[in-house]
Design a protein around this ligand. Structure first.
Ligand code: HEC
Length: 139
């Protein structure tokens, strides 16, 4: 009597164990292939993202939206000094970034000659700072 009652439990326990084991294996395989996929993706993105992000820092993107390039180039003097010359002249610290951001907004002359930079009164201070940070990073 007892055996008959137990048998289905034992069988189903075995069945579930087998089943569970099988599922575990499957999910392990799924996991390991997912991990492999992620690793592949990680390698891919690590190869892509520096190239995708590095060439256009925020400050450069902002500069591209403005008229700066009509007077400035990265390494050649146009109407205004080359960005690289500006970077050489000023150390990239908070004080210089602040002063130069103000100068970009209010315009003016005197530091490089008599030619004045046009003011950019609509520029946000925050954006002007980003631009100057970018310029001063071009050493
Ligand atoms: C009309 C031409 C012109 C435009 C447009 C222009 N600049 Fe200038 N920029 C100048 C001139 C000229 C100077 C040199 C001013 C001086 O001698 O003090 C200068 C100087 C600068 C300096 C150095 C300031 C200093 O006191 O040493 C920075 C930084 C700068 N420009 C950034 C910018 C940015 C950013 C933009 C775009 C938002 C811009 N410029 C647009 C002509 C221009």
């Amino acid at each position: 009597m007892r055996k008959r009652f137990l048998a289905p439990f034992v069988l189903s326990a075995l069945f579930f164990a087998a089943c569970g084991g099988g599922q575990q294996n499957n999910s392990e395989q799924a996991n390991s292939s997912a991990t492999a996929g992620q690793e592949g993706a990680a390698v891919d993105s690590s190869m892509v993202s520096p190239g995708a992000n590095a060439p256009v820092p925020k400050g450069q993107a902002l500069i591209d939206e403005q008229d700066c390039k009509t007077c400035h180039k990265e390494d050649v003097k146009l109407v205004g000094p080359a960005y690289k010359d500006i970077a050489k002249k000023y150390e990239s610290n908070d004080k210089n970034i602040e002063t130069l951001a103000d100068k970009v907004i209010s315009g003016g002359s005197g530091n490089w000659g008599d030619v004045a930079m046009v003011p950019h009164p609509t520029l946000k201070k925050e954006d002007a700072r980003e631009m100057v940070k970018y310029i001063l990073s071009l050493k």
